[in-house]
Every structure is written in C-alpha cells, then in structure tokens.
Design a protein around this ligand. Sequence first.
Ligand SMILES: [Fe+2]
Ligand SMILES: [Fe+2]
Length: 191
Amino acid sequence: MFLRGILKVKSLEEKHQIRMDKYRRRYEERRELYRLLKENASDILCSANFQETRNYIQHGSIPVHRHCIDVANQSIIISKRLGIPCSQRELIRGALLHDYFLYDWHDKNRENYQRLHGFCHPGIALRNAEKEYQLSLREKDIIKKHMWPLTVMPPMCREAWIVTTADKYCSLLETLRLRKGAGKTRIGLAR
Ligand SMILES: [Fe+2]
Ligand SMILES: [Fe+2]
C-alpha cells in the first residue's frame, strides 16, 4: 500500500514533468517563429497599413492581422516539417501580405463592395502590396495564387503552394472556431 502510494506520487510527478516539457517546447517554438517573422519582415509588421488590418475581421472573430501572422507561422512550420526547401524570407513576406486587401469584406455598405470577394481580393492585395513594397516574383505568385483553385492558374513556386495550403488550414480552423490564443499553432515545429 505504502509502495503503491510512492509509485503513484512518482507517476504524478512524471506527468507534471511531461506537461511542463510540452509547454516549454511550445513556448520555444513560438519564440522561434516570432524571431523569424521579425528578422524577415519587421518593416511589414510595423507598417501603419498592416497594423490597420487589426480592425478588419477575416473569419469568425479573427482579425486579418492575426490571420496573416498565423498563415506565415503555419507556412514556416509546413516547410520545416515536410523538409521543403524554399526561400524563407519570400515565404514569410508573401504570407504576411497575401490578404493585404485593406477593407472589411463583410461590410456591405462599403464603397466598392465586392460580392465576389473570394475571387477579387488576391488581385487587390497584390496591387496594394506593390504600392508599398518591392515584391519578388515568388512573393507576387504567393499573393496572386493563394486562393487556388478559385483563381484558375495554379501556383508556380513551392512557396506559393505552401502558403495556399497554410491559408486553407488556418481558414478552416478559424471558421470552425478552433483557434485559441494569439499566435497559437496546432502543428508544432518539433514532433
Ligand atoms: Fe485570401
Ligand atoms: Fe488568407
């Protein structure tokens, strides 16, 4: 009985340790993702227009700002987990700007309200991004094709395939309201 008590205490300690290790790993992963975003796109993250996207809702109650950061994080995770070699800088910058349409697409009273937002916004996002940033061909491809297969032409580079996948994954979680906590990702960097 006494021995069983000791063993039980030990197993509770082990469980606690496992949980703490999990939290620590998750914290490290988020820190690394944040570092990569800052290193590659601090100009975008700090810009007034990108900050303005906090005021526009993407899906459910998730702002466009948060959606774009989640898609960038998820894109990094997908490329690392699947070992897909790609340009990390272009991947991150394209992902952050993929929904740079700069309006509330739910607002039907808005001037130039687009009934077909899904079809139109990649082109609008690209035009807005081009006004402010010197975009590479890959970054343009990411923004223009991220709604594939709605936009008929398929992505032409790995980075754009990764972002279109990450975008669908994040959008699904947002629509199903599964996403909780800022910057939280469902798939970790480490297995
Ligand atoms: Fe989009
Ligand atoms: Fe998106």
